[in-house]
Structure formats: structure tokens, C-alpha cells
Design a protein around this ligand. Structure first.
Ligand code: TXE
Length: 480
């Protein structure tokens, strides 16, 4: 069993209190590493280290910073198998998903923001021959980066790369449930030449380490990805301190399937958008809305495809879905299935756990679950379940589909399936979500604005939007 430590000032250090938390392998239910239960004192040390390092790091050239970020990417790539295995064992996700999609995306985060940095220009505003304004991006200082457990390395690197690129230093607080790959990243950062103190990692709970970081007066920016309730508490701490805050939160994303959809493409993608990573992705399409005239055929074909989506040992090549992240989360997801039954819903498949052998019997597995027959205002269709549970309901017209899609407090993403291009655009324009995919799902381009409307978040990140968020814009006006 591994005992993890914090990473402060370029060194691994145990929590000052000497206390640790158990971290479980979700596919066996056994403790597989001990995570520091860091508190105020550790955060204080990390912020002090980041603060000292900022003075030098902010003065490095863009070329120097880009070279270091690219080196991080290269070293991660060399160790991709090791990182993918650790991520799978720590989070429960299929090894193939970690290796083929998430680790490459984590690596891309570093390469992408290194390139962004080298390519960025400055805006200038001429004043009719009288003078000119030009606008600089300055680093903000020590950034607090708080990330969740569903895509651990991918989401923490999505924050570290742009923050460091701009010239900030960072104190990262990964989820206490999945700290292993962030801990391993520390070694890569050192080896790549990230100077001591530029990127610190404090492990522990949100209530202690996360809250201390959020409240710290020397941390002027907080980037948070996680649940809406936590975000509300972070926002209320940060607002009176006038911190910059970026919040990427949950979703209750609709998949709108019109009668003319190309089912050969729509069905497999909708199965993935429902159940990839055990449904533990904020972008999962958890509400499937199908045009009434094709409802029966859609459900029939969807169920056939879901039966082929294999749940089991995350380390097996052919596994599509692994274990949920924790026993507590599994219970939460099960409680929504029970709620669906109690509310008169019909469970068409799933709802139970697969029968697995050996050590896997202790894992937090759940079969992909499809529910129909619920009203739109039922909590199962309103709240983020964040597990392998989708509902299917019907609509008759485009307006009804849009009204149903928008009838939730969330506004993260949506998918639309139709071969009628103008209907697709008209629908997309009217959806209250920050991202709309047409005839696809989760096709990411790191340049585009990413974030959420309504209760799905505040602000946008990605490309130039990240560079803006992680910096202060300064305008300089020159009179001719
Ligand atoms: O996340 P939390 P939880 C949703 C999903 C899930 C629900 C709750 O619906 O079921 O949120 O998940 C840290 N101050 N998403 O409770 O608590 C915490 O330690 C500062 C959607 O596990 O939001 C972790 O590092 N930090 C989502 C991070 O916040 C605090 C991904 C996220 O944990 C803190 C995950 C505090 N007071 C869950 N309390 C997405 N958008 O993808 C906790 N943290």
C-alpha cells in the first residue's frame, strides 16, 4: 500500500498533523493508498512556497515556460501506461479509457497551452491619431486549483497548464477520493524542471484543505470543478475577498433525438454519452428526449446496444464500464433508482449490480440503467445523478423538445440528433446550455469556450478564455 504525501516547494512532505485518510480502489472496495489529511497548516506552507516562487517565475520568458510545459507533456507520455493504470485503480474507470482518452488529453493540455502561450498576441486600440492603447496579460499570483474525482489527472492539468503558462504559481487540491495521479505528477513536474514552489499539491478533504485554500488571503484566484453545492460555498467565501473565481459544475444534459436522426451513428454515441466513465462525467447526456414517432424503435435499438456495453474488471481489455468511485456514491446513485421506481418509473434495464468474481465482489459496480415513464418535474429528471442512469422521455414538436431540454436548473451541454441542418441550428440556438453538439458528443476542441450556464457554472475556460481567466488584463494608454 502506498502512502502519499504533499508536494510543497519541490519536495514531498508528509502532512504536518501526521494524519492520513484511507483511499479505496473502487473495483475491490479495499484501501489501496493513504492520503494526507492536510489542514490549514499545510495549505499555509504551500501558499508561502508558491508566493515566494512567484517572484521569479513571473519573470521567466514565455519561451522558457513553454519549454517546461512541453517537457512535462513528454515525460507524461513516456509514463502513460503507469499513469493510466494508477488512474484506473484509483477511480474505477476502465484502463482503456484512461489510456486511450484521458491520459492523452492530460498530455495535450500541457502541449496546447505551451503553444497558446507562444502564439498569443496583445490587443491594441488606436485613438484616431491621438494615441494608442495596448493591453497586457499579467499573472495574478498564487492560484488555487480545486479538482474533482471523475477525471482526476485530466481536470487538474486543465487548470495547471494555463495557470503556469501565464506566469502564475499554483496550489492544487485534488479530490481526496482520487489523489494518486496528482501525487505522481509531482515527480514529473520536478523532472521537467518546474522550479520548486511553482506548482504545489496539497492532498486532503475539501472541508479542511479545500476550504483553507479558498479562504487564503494570498490566493487571489480559485478555479474549481465539482458539485454545485460546494461551488456555492466557495463562491460565498471568495466574493467578499474579491477573488477571481471560475466554476465548472454539474449538468443534467439533454440528448434530443429527432425522428430523422441517423440511428446508426446516434445509438452508439448515445450509449457512450449515457454511460462512459460510469456516467461520472459532467457532460454525460442523462436525459434522452426522443421524438414520439420513433420512440419504440429507438428504445428497442438502444437497449440492444446497452446490453453490449460490458461492465466488469476495469483492467480487462473489453470492459466498457468499471466501478463507481465510492460506496457512498454508489448508494447515492441507487437511491435515485429507488426514487424512480417509487415515482412510478419503469426500469427497462439495469438497476442492479453485476455478479463478479474474486476481489471484484467488493467493488462498487452497477449495471447501466435505463428508466422511462417519469414526469419532467420528478427529481430523477431534475437532479444530477452522476452515475450510469439515464431517463428516456418523448416530445412531439421541436418547441416541446426545447422547452423540456431547458426545464432544469443546469445549463452545461446538449446533443441534438437530426439530419435536417436548419432544424439542428434552430434548436441549438434556443437551448440554454453553454455547449451544444450536433450529431456528436464530447468532441472537444481546446480552443473553444468551455463552461456552464445557470447552475452549471460561472465563466469560461479553454484557449484564450483560459489565458484571460488566469491573468489580469492591464491597459496602457499612450498619448502621441
Ligand atoms: O464533489 P465536491 P462531490 C457533482 C456530482 C456529484 C456531486 C458531489 O453530482 O455527485 O457533485 O460530488 C473539494 N471548499 N460533481 O461531493 O464536493 C473536494 O475535496 C473547497 C460534478 O465529490 O464538489 C474536491 O477536491 N473545496 C463534477 C472538489 O471540491 C471543497 C465533478 C470537488 O468535490 C470543499 C464532481 C469546500 N468547502 C462532482 N468541499 C463536475 N463538474 O464534473 C469539497 N471541496
Amino acid at each position: 500500500m502506498k502512502t502519499l504525501s504533499n508536494f510543497i516547494g519541490g519536495e514531498y512532505c508528509p502532512p504536518i498533523s501526521g494524519k492520513y485518510l484511507d483511499s479505496f480502489n473502487p473495483s475491490t472496495g479495499k484501501v489501496h493508498c493513504l492520503v494526507p489529511d492536510s489542514d490549514n497548516a499545510d495549505v499555509e506552507r504551500a501558499v508561502a512556497s508558491a508566493h515566494t516562487a512567484f517572484a521569479k517565475w513571473r519573470k521567466t520568458t514565455r519561451k522558457q515556460r513553454a519549454a517546461i510545459l512541453n517537457r512535462v507533456a513528454d515525460l507524461l507520455e513516456e509514463r502513460i501506461d503507469e499513469f493510466a493504470l494508477a488512474e484506473s485503480q484509483d477511480q474505477g474507470k476502465p484502463l482503456s479509457l484512461a489510456k486511450d482518452i484521458e491520459m492523452p488529453r492530460a498530455i495535450d493540455n500541457f502541449r496546447f497551452f505551451a503553444a497558446c502561450l507562444l502564439n498569443q498576441g496583445a490587443h491594441a486600440y488606436e485613438m484616431d491619431g491621438e494615441g494608442i492603447n495596448y493591453t497586457n496579460r499579467l499573472p495574478v499570483g498564487v492560484t488555487g486549483l480545486i479538482s474533482p474525482w471523475n477525471l482526476p489527472l485530466y481536470l487538474i492539468t486543465w487548470k495547471i497548464a494555463p495557470s503556469l503558462a501565464v506566469g502564475n504559481t499554483a496550489v492544487c487540491k485534488p479530490s481526496e477520493l482520487t489523489s494518486l495521479t496528482a501525487y505522481m505528477l509531482a515527480e514529473v513536474l520536478n523532472e521537467a524542471g518546474v522550479p520548486p514552489g511553482v506548482c504545489n499539491i496539497v492532498l486532503g478533504t475539501g472541508a479542511k484543505a479545500g476550504a483553507a485554500l479558498t479562504a487564503h488571503e494570498k490566493v487571489p484566484l480559485i478555479s474549481f470543478t465539482g458539485g454545485t453545492a460546494t461551488a456555492s460555498s466557495i463562491a460565498s467565501t471568495a466574493a467578499p475577498l474579491f477573488k477571481k473565481v471560475g466554476l465548472e459544475l454539474g449538468g443534467k444534459n439533454p440528448n434530443i433525438i429527432f425522428a430523422d436522426a441517423d440511428f446508426d451513428k446516434c445509438i452508439p454515441t448515445t450509449v457512450r454519452s449515457s454511460f462512459q466513465n460510469q456516467g461520472e462525467i459532467c457532460l454525460c447526456g442523462s436525459r434522452i428526449l426522443v421524438e414520439e414517432s420513433v420512440y419504440d424503435i429507438f428504445v428497442e435499438r438502444f437497449l440492444v446496444a446497452v446490453k453490449d456495453f460490458k461492465v466488469g474488471d476495469p483492467l480487462n481489455e473489453g470492459t466498457n464500464m468499471g466501478a463507481l468511485v465510492s460506496a457512498e456514491h454508489l448508494n447515492k446513485v441507487r437511491s435515485y433508482i429507488q426514487m424512480a421506481v417509487d415515482s412510478g418509473g419503469k426500469v427497462l434495464c439495469g438497476g442492479d449490480s453485476p455478479k463478479l468474481d474474486g476481489e471484484l465482489q467488493g467493488g462498487y459496480f452497477l449495471n447501466p440503467t435505463v428508466v422511462t415513464g417519469l414526469n419532467d418535474d420528478c427529481r430523477v429528471l431534475q437532479e444530477e445523478i452522476f452515475g450510469p442512469v439515464v431517463t428516456i422521455s418523448t416530445f412531439k414538436t421541436m418547441d416541446e423538445a426545447i422547452a423540456k431540454a431547458n426545464n432544469v436548473r443546469y445549463g452545461l451541454s446538449a446533443s441534438i440528433w437530426t439530419q435536417d441542418i436548419s432544424k439542428a441550428h434552430r434548436t441549438a440556438q434556443q437551448l440554454d446550455t453553454a455547449t451544444v453538439w450536433i450529431n456528436t458528443w464530447m468532441r472537444r476542441d481546446l480552443r473553444v469556450p468551455f463552461g456552464g450556464m445557470k447552475d452549471s457554472g460561472l465563466g469560461r475556460e479553454g484557449g484564450e478564455f483560459s489565458l484571460d481567466f488566469y491573468s489580469e488584463l492591464k491597459n496602457i494608454c499612450v498619448h502621441f
